[in-house]
Design a protein around this ligand. Structure first.
Ligand SMILES: Nc1nc2c(c(=O)[nH]1)N[C@H]1C(S)=C(S)[C@@H](COP(=O)(O)O)O[C@H]1N2
Ligand SMILES: [Mo]
Length: 247
């Protein structure tokens, strides 16, 4: 994301994820014309974030407080929108049948709905949040993981964020390629149209704007993991935290 411009930002609790954001959250809320309980729509949020970034090149838009206890995170200043016409998800790497799927392809596959708390490693938690989508295990199965496959690496169409899981973790039945969140299609701000959802791990594992699923022979640490977060990010059993589990 950025460097060590640190500062005295004022909302306490967050750490690396929002480093380099010197203007207080209240100021952003003012800029965006939002109240503390403001609920935002994806495209509008994106434009508002772009405006904030233009006016204040501090990376502030990287963690906006969102509706329902969520905060909106992006490690990039802006993310293109993708939808029905131009969204694709590619499954490749150490697989027998590399595959590219569109939204309609993903919707046509059997869906699973899960309801767990969401826990961010910086402390905020959102209770009982429904996610729905295609089990990652089904996509891996369809592509045919080759015997050398040991891990899965995830890429995002923001062009920057990455994540990873071991193959064993990726095959758990509570890991989804999610199309819906809170019983609606996932909006742009929350990583739509498709994000990863890893129920038992800290929310940084749940890569937004998912675009590639690559089977690899070794775990490739993701964006935050290269900056110090645990790769095995079990809620309550990693990152030196003792939160209640979410699985
Ligand atoms: N592509 C992408 N995915 C991401 C992030 C990000 O910055 N970029 N942030 C992660 C972190 S740290 C959290 S807490 C959640 C936040 O999801 P939300 O914005 O829907 O609340 O997304 C995770 N996935
Ligand atoms: Mo997070």
């Amino acid at each position: 994301m950025n460097d060590d411009r640190d500062d005295g930002r004022n909302d306490g609790g967050d750490d690396e994820e929002t480093r380099g954001a010197p203007v207080g959250r209240r100021v952003v809320l003012g800029l965006l014309g939002l109240g503390a309980a403001g609920v935002v729509a994806g495209p509008w949020l994106q434009r508002a974030q772009d405006a904030v970034v233009r006016n204040d090149p501090t990376g502030l838009s990287q963690a906006l407080p969102g509706g329902g206890g969520f905060r909106y995170y992006s490690v990039t200043a802006s993310v293109p929108e993708r939808g029905e016409a131009d969204y694709t998800l590619t499954v490749d790497g150490l697989v027998e049948r590399p595959t590219t799927l569109r939204l309609a392809d993903l919707r046509a596959l059997p869906q699973r709905r899960l309801v767990h708390d969401v826990q961010c490693v910086t402390g905020w938690r959102v209770p009982a949040t429904p996610f729905e989508g295609v089990p990652l295990s089904a996509l891996l199965e369809a592509a045919g993981v080759r015997p050398e496959g040991r891990a899965v690496s995830f890429g995002c169409f923001d062009g920057a964020y990455t994540e990873s899981l071991t193959l064993e973790q990726a095959r758990r039945d509570d890991v989804l390629v999610a199309l819906r969140m809170q019983d609606d299609p996932i909006g742009h701000a929350h990583g739509g149209p498709v994000r990863l959802y890893v129920a038992p791990m800290y929310f940084y594992k749940s890569a937004k704007w998912l675009s590639t699923i690559t089977v690899t022979d070794t775990v490739r640490p993701g964006y935050w993991e290269r900056l110090g977060y645990d790769v095995d990010a079990w809620v309550g059993r990693s990152n030196g935290r003792d939160d209640a589990p979410t699985d």
